[in-house]
Write a protein that binds this ligand. Structure first.
Ligand code: PAF
Length: 289
């Protein structure tokens, strides 16, 4: 594992310099896009990236276009020094840390954008208008800049992962998308940069989100097929302990549509506010009779 000083580039030209040299010498390149404030979940992505490629590029870019006007763009934790130290320790080869003007030389609204109709507007998209257009646009641009063989995304942001897979398929982008399982705190809370918005008391309550997903999974495994009844029970349970849920929903794992009665691969997704933090989590369930 490298303990050398991690090279940091801030421009597309400097990034290309490194990447084209590696590519010319036949090395495989993995890419982990992040918004920084790195935690064990990100380092888990990095470890997997190291298994899949010779070189690992990480980007840290708090992407303004994926935040709504009333969201936490300004307050989003920016911890670049700690991030680059963590990236060196965890074996990254290059950090791409662009300014907003490097990614968006003109206003976002006047630039080309990538949007996937339908899938962008359900679940989290219904509560965060424009969010996924910002995500798919920036991920498309970052993939074009880095041109990796493989790009890694956490399963925790399941709708984001589904959209990126769809974008890569629909636009025939030459990259493999690798999903990495969610890393959890010992109490089950999915790791997230936004967990630091939780008070100490709320951190204990927050663990219940995962328990509700597990209970819903149990109901599916036990043969229950009334999605609304399962969702309603868990929604009420979340409200009872102080969450303000945006949704608790059972979907078909590959399409995020309402499951058909013959589906076997489900994903149970939830988004809920607790205090100032909007938590999201999900659980994949395969039910075989
Ligand atoms: O998951 C994230 O951190 C962001 O949505 C991503 C993929 C880095 C795009 O800004």
């Amino acid at each position: 594992m490298s303990t050398e000083v991690l090279p940091v580039v801030t421009t597309a030209a400097a990034l290309r310099g490194y990447v084209s040299e590696w590519r010319l010498s036949g090395q495989r390149i993995a890419f982990v896009p992040t918004m920084g404030n790195l935690h064990a979940g990100h380092f888990h992505l990095l470890q997997r990236a190291r298994q899949l490629a010779d070189r690992v590029v990480v980007s840290v870019f708090v992407n303004p276009s994926q935040f709504g006007p009333d969201e936490d763009y300004a307050a989003y934790p920016r911890t670049i020094e700690a991030d680059s130290a963590g990236l060196s320790e965890n074996g990254a080869d290059l950090l791409f840390y662009p300014a907003v003007t490097e990614i968006y030389p003109r206003s976002f609204s006047s630039m080309a954008q990538v949007e996937i109709p339908g899938l962008s507007n359900i679940l989290c998209g219904a509560f965060r208008p424009g969010h996924f257009k910002g995500v798919t646009t920036v991920v498309c641009k970052l993939l074009n800049l880095v041109q990796p063989d493989v790009a890694l995304f956490g399963q925790k942001d399941y709708q984001q992962l589904t959209l990126i897979r769809r974008m890569v398929e629909d636009l025939a982008m030459p990259v493999v998308i690798e999903a990495v399982p969610t890393v959890r705190e010992p109490n089950g809370l999915a790791m997230s940069s936004r967990n630091q918005y939780l008070s100490t008391d709320d951190r204990c309550v927050a663990a219940l989100l995962f328990q509700c997903l597990q209970q819903a999974a149990e109901a599916l495994r036990a043969g229950e097929r009334d999605w609304s009844a399962i969702e309603g029970r868990q929604h009420a349970r979340l409200c009872a302990v102080g969450f303000r849920p945006d949704y608790f929903s059972i979907r078909a794992a590959s399409t995020l549509e309402t499951p058909g009665i013959d589906d076997v691969d489900y994903v149970i997704l939830a988004a809920a506010w607790l205090g100032n933090a909007r938590l999201i989590d999900n659980l994949l369930v395969t039910v075989v009779d």
